[in-house]
Ligand binder design. Structure first.
Ligand code: ADP
Length: 429
């Protein structure tokens, strides 16, 4: 099998095609007879053999990124075009740079050392070699020193078939990457469809469950009304419990219905003034906040977001309600704010409290539907769906939710939202 065929086969087999390219020999280096190579994909660099340092590579990649003109750039004298390469001409006087995508700075680079480093003199510097029309020639009349000057900063020239091998591998990598992104797209579409079906199922099921439940509730109430007086205390207490349980079950079903609805509904995305949304939520929660004597702190105005205003209000309502419920301090407070996210196009809002905190082992479980960490009636009760819905709303906005907490001291919930409509950032690429 040719080196090319072996590389393509390994690339297609490995989950991560970079390890397919760098995994075994004969491989990338043998393909074009290079002494070193570097793969730069999505900001990650992998190096093989003799290559410039990370810093030198970063400089070289940045320079290549400004050229934009060819798919495969070839030189056996890099420093004559890129003077900074003098610093590493011992390893990379020769370069083949195969660009994988326009404007993205994804490259496969091959390096050849300066020819002085590679020629074996056989201990006889009176029989030097020199470059003539790209070929190495023995040239006995010239001195070693003179020869060294003529080939300073040059590598052995790349042969046309080696350059063609690099170009062919470039096409194969692009093909494999394209196939992968198509497969991923298909998988995503299927996943979305099955999610939609699941939501439709949950919606229909919970809707239909409510009717018989209402029947149980009403008939029990009727029986109590008609025969309550004559029933002995124990059976009467049992029927009272049935009424309470059906009410609780209706609460759970309503939460499930709402959860399914949040998954199905169209979001109405707009540039949203988050300060206004928070002000509305606080107005509605005012009686509960006053009753629980919770001080609300907003140290700085909140930045705007690109989101569904009504759903965002629901997120804040759930988080602020939790902040006031799960707090046993004498002086309670909740702080609302925003911090930069790692991604410039997003902002991370937070809701912080000085409440009871959440142990690290529950940080995932609390987002599961109906999951509660406390007895049914402690901390004001609840159905255990608030955080599940918060997570679903934020994920439908392509954001994510996480928390930091110190048990006994308090919790901070974070969620990210886009600051601008998609497409505005990165435009012009
Ligand atoms: P609910 O409040 O109805 O129980 P949630 O989904 O909103 O449901 O919360 C799930 C669980 O996570 C709660 O039962 C509680 O134990 C815990 N929790 C949520 N928010 C906080 C908070 N701010 N501080 C401490 N615990 C919390």
């Amino acid at each position: 099998m040719s080196v090319h065929a072996a590389l393509v086969e390994r690339m297609a087999r490995e989950v991560d095609f970079i390890s397919g390219l760098t995994g075994s020999e004969p491989g990338l280096l043998e393909l074009v007879h290079a002494q070193g190579a570097a793969l730069h994909f999505h900001g990650q660099t992998t190096v093989l053999g003799a290559a410039p340092s990370d810093e030198q590579l970063a400089g070289l990649l940045a320079w290549l990124g400004t050229r934009h003109d060819e798919e495969v750039f070839v030189t056996d004298r890099l420093s004559s075009e890129y003077p900074e390469a003098k610093d590493f001409q011992d390893v990379a006087s020769g370069l083949i740079a195969a660009s994988m995508s326009r404007g993205r700075n994804n490259y496969v680079l091959w390096f050849r050392p300066e020819v002085v480093q590679t020629v074996d003199w056989g201990g006889n510097p009176t029989k030097p070699v020199e470059m003539e029309e790209g070929q190495l020639r023995l040239h006995p009349r010239k001195s070693f020193e003179l020869w060294k000057e003529t080939v300073r900063g040059r590598s052995l020239p790349w042969k046309p078939y080696e350059v063609e091998a690099a170009a062919e591998l470039r096409r194969s990598i692009i093909d494999v990457a394209l196939q992968r992104s198509e497969a991923l797209l298909k998988l995503n579409t299927e996943l979305e469809r099955s999610n939609v079906e699941l939501d439709a199922f949950a919606y229909a099921a919970s809707h239909d469950l409510k009717e018989p439940l209402r029947g149980i509730h009403n008939y029990t109430l009727l029986a109590l009304r008609e025969a309550g007086e004559v029933l002995p205390p124990t059976p009467r207490a049992r029927l009272d419990t049935v009424v309470r349980l059906t009410q609780r079950m209706e609460g759970l079903i309503n939460s499930l219905l709402h959860y399914a609805q949040v998954g199905r509904m169209e979001l109405s995305l707009r540039e949203t003034n988050v300060n206004e949304v928070v002000a509305q939520v606080l107005e509605l929660l005012k009686p509960r906040l006053e009753e629980a004597r919770v001080e609300v702190r907003i140290p700085r105005p909140l930045p705007s977001a690109w989101c569904d205003r009504v759903r965002l209000a629901e997120v804040f309502t759930n988080l602020i309600t939790n902040a006031l419920k799960y707090n046993d301090k004498a002086e309670r407070w909740v702080e609302l704010g925003a911090v930069p996210d790692g991604d410039e196009a997003r902002v991370a809002y937070y809701v912080r409290d000085n409440g009871i905190g959440i142990k690290p082992e529950y940080h995932e479980a609390i987002f599961r539907i109906f999951k509660r960490l406390h007895g049914r009636d402690r901390y004001g009760g609840g159905t255990g769906t608030g955080l599940t819905i918060v997570k679903r709303i934020i994920e439908r906005h392509n954001g994510h939710v996480w928390l930091e907490s110190t048990p006994g001291e308090g919790t901070t919930f974070y969620f990210t939202l886009a600051v601008e409509p998609p497409g505005r950032e990165g435009a012009g690429e």
